[in-house]
Design a protein around this ligand. Structure first.
Ligand code: BTN
Length: 263
């Protein structure tokens, strides 16, 4: 698989930093260990399957062999964490570009990190930061999981109503090697344009299917219904509640679901 991915990478600068593993617990966990040991900016870890794939809010990410892409990239952006709040959004837009380039089928983004077709999830992004004492980013690991060639039956029973794959969305299988290469290229472009926050967030808002919808916010303290008014340039979701007041909800404290379905 590594050879096939490399064949599609031409002269992409991160080409020589690709690590391919047949199986690992989680590419994010593995990449964080590599980064802590000094691995360089642009190191990409891809696994054929994950035994403990992780998502946001402590959820797991189903990662069977031969069906999906499980990829993590290590970034060392030399910036304060407060300047990188849009990183997950930037990765979301970059993944829409990569998927569109290979399949012609552009996903939407459910705030903040889910790639969706209609009301079903086709992938997700998990960003993890390690900070120095003065609030600078030592490294960021951006992990992306895409459901590529799953049939409906390939998903566990509890996911069948809410998960989809590129195969199910477009009616034909996708080349994992081709898409993995497109994802790496897209992540490289994202990294070189990360400072254009306003432009990235404008694109994110256009993709975001959560905006202008009635939503339910799930927090540790319970669920609240509201209306998703806007998204700020740090990826915060502006929500208006039934009593008329608005709050900015950050990705660290909540997940959302449309009131009438998953997205
Ligand atoms: C989510 O659904 O909340 C995010 C899912 C992110 C899954 C990817 S798969 C590659 C990387 N390794 C992990 O353990 N998680 C991310």
């Amino acid at each position: 698989m590594k050879h096939s991915i490399l064949q599609h990478l031409d002269s992409t600068p991160w080409k020589d930093r690709l690590i391919y593993l047949d199986q690992i617990d989680s590419t994010n966990t593995y990449a964080k260990k590599l980064a802590a040991a000094g691995a360089c900016h642009g190191t990409v870890v891809i696994a054929g399957s994950q035994t403990a794939g992780r998502g946001r809010m402590g959820r797991s990410f189903h990662s069977p062999e031969g069906k999906g892409i499980y990829l993590s990239v290590i970034l060392r952006p030399h910036s304060a964490a407060s300047e990188l709040m849009h990183l997950t959004c930037a990765a979301g837009v970059a993944m829409c570009d990569a998927i569109d380039a290979v399949t012609g089928l552009r996903p939407g983004i459910k705030w903040i990190n889910d790639l969706v077709y209609g009301s079903k999830k086709a992938g997700g992004i998990l960003t993890e930061l390690s900070l120095t004492a003065d609030g600078m980013v030592d490294y960021a690991v951006v992990g992306i999981g895409i459901n590529c060639n799953h049939t409906q039956e390939d998903f566990p029973a509890d996911l069948q109503a809410i998960a989809t794959s590129l195969y199910l969305a477009q009616g034909k299988p996708v080349s994992i090697a081709l898409l993995a290469a497109a994802m790496i290229r897209s992540l490289y472009t994202m990294d070189s344009t990360l400072q254009n926050k306003a432009q990235i967030m404008d694109r994110y808002r256009k993709h975001c299917v959560t905006l202008k919808k009635e939503i339910t916010i799930h927090t540790a303290h319970g669920d609240r219904d509201g209306f998703a008014c806007d998204i700020d340039n740090d990826g915060g979701l502006l929500v208006q509640f039934s009593d008329g007041h608005t709050e900015v909800i950050s990705s660290g404290e909540a997940s959302v679901r449309g009131m009438y379905g998953y997205a």
